[in-house]
Design a protein around this ligand. Sequence first.
Ligand SMILES: NC(=O)c1ccc[n+]([C@@H]2O[C@H](COP(=O)([O-])OP(=O)(O)OC[C@H]3O[C@@H](n4cnc5c(N)ncnc54)[C@H](OP(=O)(O)O)[C@@H]3O)[C@@H](O)[C@H]2O)c1
Length: 252
Amino acid sequence: MSAAKHLYIVTGASRGLGAAITRALLVPGNRVVCVARSRNPEMEAVATASGVPVAWHLQDLAQPGPAAGWLGSVLDAVDEPPASVTLILNAGVVEPIGPITQLNENTLIPHLLTNLAAPMTMTGAFLEHTARFDCPRKILAISSGAARNPVPGWSAYCAGKAALDMFIRSVNAEYRDLPAPRAVRAVSLAPGVVDTDMQATIRDAEFADVQRFRDLKANDKLSSPEETAQRIAAYLTRPDFGTTELDDIRNY
Ligand SMILES: NC(=O)c1ccc[n+]([C@@H]2O[C@H](COP(=O)([O-])OP(=O)(O)OC[C@H]3O[C@@H](n4cnc5c(N)ncnc54)[C@H](OP(=O)(O)O)[C@@H]3O)[C@@H](O)[C@H]2O)c1
């Protein structure tokens, strides 16, 4: 019988930070479930070459009900007891960017469904459908500095990520002190300013602080997705994971 593997579920694995986190997790002893709306053939080839078992799923995570149903069925299909199981809530969007007077239902609701409601329902599915595993359970939400300090023009993103932070604290309040293996440790982690498509969207937008982001890029001051992902992968294995429930990878 093969040794039990550490199971990771990565949302938003097709591009940017999620793709880099997936690559960082391609080490022997892991298995990874990836989800996004689009495929990334280059990533899939890298995963295949690594020999690490990786499953790719297409799912629109702007729909919290189907997102939770999808995750539940993925977890129910796990037939080898894992050594640990970790949900990485990385998928996210930054738009709409603009003044609060221009917030409207058509863009605000899909934003909050993706960045907040689906992570919440997927966490619920994770808690329920991993309860049968006799192993450590962890949740890592990718937050933002904007959850903790407002950026004018980013009210939807700031509010959604701040609520995600509080949701993660709520998970800990309900689950952290339960006896093992029912206990769950959760962290909401800001990744720094990372050179991804999301940063390109930000540089193309109009808001008061946009020049700061254009200067960061022009002066080569963005973190690379690969380096950030390596640090996040190391963070996930820290014995004290969960002690600082709202954290920032730049502290390490
Ligand atoms: N980049 C930064 O500087 C920065 C800073 C702070 C926090 N963050 C956070 O880090 C996380 C990753 O951001 P990133 O910079 O890597 O962004 P990105 O390059 O835009 O990638 C976003 C990822 O999320 C997926 N996604 C978006 N909407 C989705 C949906 N409805 N259903 C399924 N998947 C969806 C995308 O895949 P598909 O398009 O294929 O669906 C993609 O894989 C986000 O939570 C973001 O808020 C980023």
